[in-house]
Design a binder for this molecule. Structure first.
Ligand code: SF4
Length: 144
């Protein structure tokens, strides 16, 4: 939501193709809007209302999506905003885990379970995401 100054569009090369730059690293990139997200990208309401957001970001129902997922710059792929979505047994979304393996949730029970997971996770366990997801599933949470 705040990367509009860092991921910029330099030039439109075609109806759904853009030359851009990752400003912080000075890295140019060419991106095509993902075919299944072109209808989302074509609606400019969101970027008009959110001038600080990356120009490639668009709402899609309850989600906010990158419309150049296939061609997004390396730093975006590396960052991985969300690596896990956690829901309760009724399917209500109650938290997300970011690429730095930080839980963002207001649910006290989930926060307690996450603290337990962090305390007990074997440090040699790799990949950590899989272990953490299995831990939460064993506690009755749904993890995507
Ligand atoms: S992941 Fe996509 S929407 Fe997010 S900053 Fe990168 S290019 Fe923009």
């Amino acid at each position: 939501m705040y990367l509009g100054d860092y991921i910029v569009i330099e030039q439109q090369l075609g109806p759904f193709t853009f030359a851009g730059e990752s400003v912080s690293t000075g890295t140019p990139f060419i991106a095509g809007i993902d075919e299944d997200k072109r209808h989302l990208f074509a609606d400019r309401t969101f970027p008009d209302q959110h001038p600080t957001a990356c120009r490639f970001l668009r709402p899609d129902g309850d989600l906010i999506r990158c419309t150049i997922h296939r061609d997004s710059p390396a730093q975006c792929k590396f960052y991985r905003c969300v690596v896990m979505r956690v829901s309760d047994m009724a399917g209500n979304s109650i938290g997300v885990v970011t690429g730095t393996l930080s839980l963002h949730s207001d649910d006290p029970d989930l926060r307690t379970a996450w603290e337990e997971a962090e305390r007990t996770r074997p440090k040699h366990e790799d990949p950590a995401e899989k272990w953490l997801a299995t831990f939460l599933q064993a506690k009755g949470y749904r993890v995507e």
